[in-house]
Design a protein around this ligand. Structure first.
Ligand code: SER
Ligand code: ZN
Length: 502
């Protein structure tokens, strides 16, 4: 701790201060004997060196801040003395993790991270006070716990447990519907990778799917429609955890640095002359990205309630959004129309008490079953999987609510999966996740400080992917309306004339 002046004359008072500090200042708030301790200290002119140890609830960095403020309070008046600045040469933190690491663990800010089995020692060097005050330390510990757990789970495959299965249905079609749609010119790939241009036949089919979802699931349960922005600023994703967990999958959005045409003149001139995009010049004209394209609609819906109090009589709040298309950079994972970088989803979000969330689940699962069994006549199943919010925030230990068994029964994600005959046998092939349903506990209501008048709020969302519904349906029923179940065929009506391309 660097003082405002040489403290030699205050030696005796410092001595007394430090003796008292261990039994009072650093013991406050901890069970007897579990306070932090000043192990040693020394003075060199205007610098006090302190060594602090703590095993109890008073963290060593909190203890340092207490000492710093204490010196100002106790010696400030008498000696006109105060601490100007404090910094930490070495901070060593020992803690245990749930799983021994399987590979080297590195994290930013750490001088070293070493393990002896599940005992971890994290060493920081030259740490400034802001770092300590902002509590990066605890997040670093969480991150190490998370990374070791991640190594452990990696290779074990995702958590997956079947909870329900529809009756088996006769296989009517065995082709890859995407391939056949390309051949029939119902869809065209592009104009950028992982995107499709949908022509009238399939557009109509997607719209019918949308109508079925709204008329047969959302309206009967009482959902109201909202429209959200497609552009999601980073602070929303910081709150949901997406920013740290899925940054490799976002489509990033940059704004012009300025709209002033003169700033863009060189760029425009170059385009006009070369008929090419001068990327270097473009870089000069843009601000760095501060937002991304919608990844799921629910974060922006939660954002819209930031710091709001929901009237008890308005609970549960039931909303759905269907205009914001989602962009996800899937890279290697793309396949056909069912796995794409841009997709159309209806996302219902429900906010209410825990009991209300469980009731919504019963109601919605009933309605979904009706649609998939009676209208689309699909062969499908439901499975409990790693909750989407854990997957997308890249967390295992970072999420403090995933493990408790009682909570597991009420929280979490259910995936709906459809058999895709073109991929092989029922037993060996991968079924298509065509929809999900989640209850997320208080994760997002807490993150956005959404309150009710009296009750604890939980929430949840469900992803109704229209490309997924459509490909699951076509993969089982084929592209010819003759093979479609009556309930769907009636709703679809006549095939549009489409286009005749030579
Ligand atoms: N937000 C949910 C998800 O991303 C539902 O779309 O899976
Ligand atoms: Zn969601």
């Amino acid at each position: 701790m660097k003082l405002n002046r040489c403290a030699k004359e205050a030696m005796d008072d410092l001595e007394a201060f430090f003796i008292k500090a261990n039994s009072e200042l650093l013991a406050r708030g901890a069970p007897p004997g579990e306070g932090a301790r000043v192990v040693s200290w020394s003075l060199a002119d205007d610098v006090i060196y302190v060594e602090i140890a703590s095993e109890g609830p008073i963290r060593a960095h909190d203890a340092l801040l207490r000492v710093k403020n204490g010196i100002g309070k106790e010696l400030g008046k008498k000696h006109r003395m105060g601490v100007r600045k404090s910094s930490v040469d070495v901070y060593e933190i020992a803690f245990s993790v749930d799983y021994p690491p399987m590979e080297v663990v590195t994290i930013p800010f750490a001088a070293s991270v070493s393990f002896n089995g599940t005992e971890c020692t994290l060493r920081l060097e030259n740490v400034d006070e802001v770092f300590l005050r902002e509590n990066y330390i605890d997040r670093m510990i969480s991150l190490i716990r998370d990374k070791t757990a991640g190594q452990h789970y990696m290779g074990k495959g995702e958590y997956w447990k079947e909870i329900w299965r529809s009756p088996r249905r006769e296989t009517l079609y065995q082709n890859d519907p995407t391939e056949e749609m390309v051949e029939r010119k119902w869809i065209k790939q592009g104009p950028t990778k992982g995107k499709w241009f949908l022509r009238p036949e399939i557009t109509k089919l997607m719209r019918i799917m949308e109508r079925i979802a709204i008329e047969e699931v959302l309206a009967p349960v009482g959902f109201q429609e909202v429209i959200a922005s497609h552009v999601v600023p980073f602070d929303i994703w910081i709150k949901t955890g997406h920013m740290g967990g899925s940054p490799n999958e976002f489509y990033y959005v940059s704004e012009p640095a300025t709209r002033d045409p003169s700033a863009w003149e060189t760029f425009s001139d170059l385009v006009k002359i070369t008929r090419k995009v001068p990327y270097e010049e473009l870089g000069k004209c843009l601000s760095g990205p501060r937002a991304g394209i919608c990844y799921a609609q629910c974060p922006v819906i939660y954002w819209s309630f930031t710091n709001e109090t929901l009237a008890d009589d308005s609970l549960p709040v039931l909303l759905f959004e269907r205009t914001a298309n989602s962009g996800r950079y899937e890279s290697g994972g793309r396949h056909g129309m069912e796995r794409v970088d841009e997709f159309h989803r209806i996302e219902p979000v429900y906010i209410g008490t825990k009991e209300q969330m469980l009731e919504i689940r019963e109601n919605m699962l009933d309605r979904y079953k009706h649609v998939f069994n009676d209208i689309l006549e699909l062969e499908w199943r439901m499975a409990r999987v790693t909750p989407f919010y854990m997957q997308q925030s890249g967390g295992f230990g970072l999420d403090d609510q995933g493990s408790n068994e009682e909570a597991e029964k009420s929280k979490g994600t259910i995936d709906f999966e459809a058999y895709m005959p073109y991929r092989g046998s029922r037993e060996e092939s991968e079924w298509l996740e065509f929809q999900n349903f989640s209850i997320v506990g208080d994760k997002y209501t807490r993150a956005f400080n959404i309150k009710s008048q009296t009750k604890e709020l939980w929430s949840g969302c469900s992803g109704i992917g229209l490309e997924r519904w459509s490909t699951a349906f076509l993969a089982q029923k084929g592209l010819s309306p003759d093979g479609w179940p009556a309930g769907f065929r009636e709703r679809y009506g006549k095939m549009p004339p489409g286009l005749h391309l030579l």
